[in-house]
Design a protein around this ligand. Structure first.
Ligand code: RTP
Ligand code: MG
Length: 156
């Protein structure tokens, strides 16, 4: 914690396929929340990679829809950094269901750019532990043996 009692954190933000064209507005929302973008890339997940990423939800009724949706087109993933980045970014996203989120004031990212409980524009890590796993998934740490890393995740 710093002098003000807040903690610098990193989190994984994903702009889902339904909102990649809104990347400009979304980056503005990131800056307005006093977070900074420290890593970013546009990519596309295979169904298997999407299932891996969301494996905590594999027993849920919505799992197949979720995997299908998140692998349906390009996504943008970012490492965000700032005071309490994990909770701050989830607050920017708003409630999971964009339909429910629509009742929120002020308008969250999911209100503005999402559609429903599945097509909801964005993802944010839900804890520091999730953030560590998800950042490693998309931005694997290199082991110091030159420019090629042995990524669990690779662009394809
Ligand atoms: P996320 O992980 O994407 O940041 O979203 P979240 O924490 O707010 O919600 P979570 O419960 O982790 O669900 C992950 C994603 O699955 C899709 N979903 N569909 N009932 C449904 O149709 C349903 N419920 C969840 C959403 O895309 C949600 O963001
Ligand atoms: Mg979640």
């Amino acid at each position: 914690a710093n002098k003000l009692g807040s903690k610098k954190e990193r989190t994984l933000a994903m702009i889902k396929p339904d909102a990649v064209t809104k990347v400009g507005d979304i980056i503005q929302m990131i800056y307005d929340a006093s977070l900074i973008v420290t890593k970013a890339k546009m990519t596309k997940l295979t169904g298997k990679q999407a299932a891996d990423f969301y494996m905590e939800h594999q027993s849920k009724s919505f799992f197949n829809n979720l995997v299908q949706f998140v692998s349906s087109g390009p996504i943008i993933v970012m490492e965000l950094m700032g005071d309490e980045a994990v909770s701050v970014w989830r607050k920017v996203l708003g409630p999971t269901d964009s339909g429910v989120a629509r009742k929120d004031v002020p308008a969250s990212l999911r209100v503005q750019f999402g559609t429903d409980g599945t097509k909801n524009a964005g993802h944010g890590s839900d804890s520091l532990a999730s953030a560590a796993r998800e950042l490693e998934f998309f931005f694997p740490s290199t082991t110091g043996h030159g420019p090629t890393n042995t990524a669990k995740y690779q662009d394809s």
